[in-house]
Design a binder for this molecule. Structure first.
Ligand SMILES: [Zn+2]
Length: 482
């Protein structure tokens, strides 16, 4: 065995292990990209590395496959770097500490990078296999998929002749994806003035929510702390003369916000009234969210008498209006694919800075015009209260195509080999396929991959048996692609 973990398929886990030794978080992919280039040189394969370090490796067809359509196999080189609090690994210079737990490969204290190291490991293992029969193979390994798909946006596809693509960046066993959402972020910034005010300072916190991924879990109707805190703030606005000096919720635009806080100054006499009103809203929330977020709570902490720089009442009203009226969650379900969210949005980050209030909303849709329409609504809402609002980081949807040979062939083959029913569906999150679909005319693509659980968290774990299955699937697919 070449891999030190004694796992099958040996070559796949050998390359996975080599990749794990090289730090390769998003933005730090030069070394892992060079590793792939050196691999190509050692194996006498045509290789292209561009200025941002995307890599394309080509292997010509084996005998008898010269006239078959080339097959593109695609994945990304970068990984999300998350670690447990007590973990000492430095993602800029240390490799990962791999270990086996039952059927799963894991990394001690950190993300594993199965997303998307397994695509690269599959690719290199297929390229080095001299027994394998296959059409012309075109491997595309991109950088920085996880932080805005910067690699694919800069890639030069001139060496690519194929228009059939297998994207190996999905993680549910037996699931074959046919389309994904496009998206963008809208940033809203409202200038505010501050004045000094004296009184009792209270910190109000909405917490205990489940959160989750704003694409994959938006249909679960979980509460967003920014939206729930706005409800509390509006309730107070009706009955209490309060002034705001701090407001904060969320760190990522693509995560459903789990906690949000605001700090206010009130007259001493209103402290009990605030507590009473907050308790009323909390009681409603506990009932409404008893299934999705059973641990939700709203707390009030008395910080004592203070004199602080607060924002004026008009700005406060505008912020509460914006947060209350901003649409959130599922806006439309797909009419074509049952159970698929078509359009949604998430107010992921909300923060009051010294001179401005700022928030960030993530918009997703599998229909380009619906995405544009939703962005327009959000921007209009921001501009209506006098804020600056603009969309950034737009990425295209990969729209559903009725006819796809690669999708049909791979799903049928999966059933034939493993006697399990494949699930052909779509996701409400982004994949690089949207960009490739724009760049390769007539692209026929499908996205899939072996079972990899809790991605983007230190609990990430890749199923060893599923990896073995998918390697077999890939080899057989290539053999039959004559
Ligand atoms: Zn990925």
């Amino acid at each position: 065995m070449r891999n030190s973990l004694n796992l099958n398929p040996d070559s796949v886990f050998y390359y996975f292990e080599q990749l794990a030794k090289i730090p390769h978080g998003s933005g730090n992919t030069k070394a892992v990209s060079d590793y792939c280039v050196n691999f190509a040189k050692e194996h006498n394969l045509e290789c292209h590395q561009d200025a941002v370090n995307n890599v394309i490796i080509i292997k010509e067809a084996t005998k008898g496959y010269e006239n078959s359509d080339p097959i593109i196999i695609q994945g990304h080189l970068d990984m999300v770097c998350e670690k447990e609090e007590n973990c000492n690994i430095d993602f800029m210079k240390d490799g990962l500490d791999l270990y086996v737990d039952g059927d799963f490969l894991k990394a001690r204290g950190t993300t594993l990078g199965g997303d998307d190291g397994i695509a690269v490991a599959f690719g290199l293992a297929l390229l080095e296999d001299e027994e394998l029969e296959h059409p012309r193979l075109e491997m595309i390994f991109t950088i920085d998929e996880e932080t805005g798909m910067d690699g694919v946006q800069a890639i030069d596809l001139s060496p690519i002749k194929g228009h059939k693509m297998l994207n190996i960046d999905s993680d549910e066993e037996g699931v074959f994806l046919t389309s994904c959402a496009g998206g963008c972020e809208v940033n809203i910034s409202l200038p505010v003035d501050r004045v000094k005010t004296k009184g009792t300072a209270l910190k109000i916190t909405v917490n205990g929510l489940q959160g989750g991924h704003s694409g994959a879990e938006i249909h679960k109707e979980r509460g967003n702390a920014n939206k729930l805190l706005a409800r509390v703030m509006k309730r107070l606005l009706d009955d209490v003369d309060y002034a705001l000096y701090e407001l904060e919720g969320g760190l990522k635009h693509n995560a459903i916000t789990r906690m949000a806080t605001c700090s206010v100054i009130v007259d001493d006499k209103d402290v009990d009234l605030v507590k009473k009103l907050v308790a009323e809203v909390e009681s409603d929330l506990k009932k409404e969210y008893s299934t999705t977020d059973k641990d939700v709570f709203v707390s009030v902490e008395n910080l004592g008498g203070k004199e602080l720089d607060v924002i004026d009442r008009t700005s406060l009203t505008k912020i509460v209006f914006l947060l209350r009226e901003m649409p959130y969650g599922v806006q439309a379900m797909s009419a074509d694919i049952e159970g698929l969210v078509e359009t949604s949005l998430n107010l992921g980050i909300s923060k009051l800075e010294k001179d401005a209030y700022e928030c960030e909303i993530s918009v997703r849709s599998s229909v380009a015009s619906r995405k544009a329409e939703t962005v327009e609504r959000v921007i209009f809402l921001g501009e209506f209260i006098g804020a600056k609002a603009e969309a950034t980081g737009s990425y295209p949807a990969w729209e559903y195509k009725k006819d796809s040979t690669v999708r049909t062939d791979i799903a049928n083959l999966y059933k034939e080999l493993f006697n399990e029913e494949p699930v052909v569906t779509a996701i409400h999150a982004g994949l690089e396929c949207g960009y490739f679909d724009q760049m390769i005319p007539g692209l026929d693509a499908v996205s899939f991959g072996p079972k990899n659980l809790d991605i983007h968290t230190p609990q990430e774990r890749l199923s060893i048996s599923s990896t073995e299955k998918y390697y077999k699937l890939l080899k057989e697919f290539l053999k039959r692609a004559k």
